[in-house]
Design a protein around this ligand. Structure first.
Ligand code: ZN
Length: 370
């Protein structure tokens, strides 16, 4: 099937992160089995599924082509049409997930019939995950199952949009939600209540002290801008009115970690301060490690030769590649389109970009016949 047709079908499933994705996974499984390829569905949380398939010899080590099938919401008023109905305007295919990253998924699925014709001496695996946009929540279930699904892979190519240039590094990330619960009352009698915002302040101050520390004395990696780990408070919601004692406040705090720093370790001073106060609950919303692929890794020369490009040292966005790497699988980012179009209205991928990703998958197949 042409990648444009597959993309149109995939976009029509409104698989916004956090919602069920079984219908899309069923569609992919049926498509693959129609082409004679069996696949394994790996369930994660309720109503959310990953999918894994192998083309070629299962007992040998090969390469994973990996993509997520969830998307961010599409509620921006600037959409010129239904975001879940792919529109073809000149060279652009417009729809939610077109570039991030159902386009890559469509491209590799469309290459399956071609790959199945090749005398592969090493396998090519297709790995589809859910809820990447909610903090890479789905793929850990798939990675955990990998030893039962295939021989230890030689590498993983995560097809997030990189203009088809291989990318070696990204920062890791952790997001923590702190919630403080107090006791409401009129502000004229603070002695009868408990002020949740006041309770949360020490943890917020502990957070606010971190950026300067990290900038002055944190680990440095010059591939990144800025070249150190960072922490910030992203949101605070709490209180109802100035004359009411606030009984609830919550804050989202994020750490972004250069390779070598564990993003959860960066937040340890915040969590320790929070745990000193019994009225505060901490929840890890998301956490994934940094990606840091050695320039000399065979995966780098493979992707350089397949794409005919020089690898990029680092990108500013995170991906599932860090998790594959943490599981011992050398990983690289290489996918079609530009990340700047992601998470925006009128998200699109060019037809030529879609075809280039399909060609990459087929070129990888040819490299596996040698
Ligand atoms: Zn993505």
């Amino acid at each position: 099937m042409r990648p444009e047709t597959l993309l149109s079908d995939l976009v029509a499933f409104p698989t916004v992160a956090g919602r069920p994705n079984g219908a899309l996974i069923d569609y992919v499984q049926t498509y693959l089995s129609d082409h004679g390829l069996a696949s394994t569905v790996v369930e994660g949380e309720a109503d959310r599924f990953n999918l894994f398939a192998t083309i070629g010899p299962v007992d040998r080590s090969g390469y994973i082509l990996s993509g997520h099938v969830d998307v961010v919401p599409a509620e921006e008023p600037e959409w010129q049409g239904d975001p879940f109905a792919l529109r073809h305007v000149q060279d652009r295919l417009i729809g939610r997930g077109a570039v991030d990253m159902k386009g890559f998924v469509a491209a590799i699925l469309s290459s399956v019939p071609d790959l199945m014709q090749l005398p592969l001496s090493r396998p090519i695996h297709i790995a589809l995950s859910y809820d990447e946009e909610a903090g890479c929540r789905g793929v850990p279930y798939l990675i955990e199952e990998l030893p039962t699904l295939c021989a230890p892979p030689l590498g993983c190519i995560v097809g997030e949009p990189s203009g088809m240039v291989p990318v070696l590094r990204h920062k890791g990330k952790a997001t923590v939600k702190l919630t403080a619960r107090g006791r409401p009352g009129h502000s004229s009698r603070p002695d009868l209540g408990r002020n949740a915002i006041h309770d949360l302040l020490p943890a917020l101050l502990a957070t606010a002290a971190l950026p300067d520390q990290l900038q002055m004395s944190g680990r440095r990696h010059n591939a990144f801008e800025p070249p150190h780990s960072t922490v910030q408070i992203g949101t605070i919601h709490g209180g109802q009115a100035v004359n009411i004692i606030p009984d609830h406040v919550e804050a989202l705090i994020e750490a972004r970690a250069v390779p070598g720093d564990d993003p959860m370790d960066l937040l340890a001073p915040v969590l320790t301060t929070a745990q000193d106060n019994g009225a505060i609950a901490a929840e890890v919303v998301a956490s994934y490690p940094a990606l840091d692929l050695d320039e000399k890794a065979p995966l780098v020369s493979l992707l350089s030769s397949l794409t005919g490009t020089t690898p990029l040292a680092a990108v500013s966005f995170g991906t599932e590649a860090g998790l594959f790497q943490a599981a011992g699988i050398p990983s690289i980012i290489c996918g079609p389109g530009d990340i700047s179009r992601a998470h925006k209205p009128e998200e699109y991928i060019a037809v030529s970009e879609l075809r280039a990703a399909r060609e990459l998958a087929i070129a990888l197949g040819h490299a596996m016949t040698e």
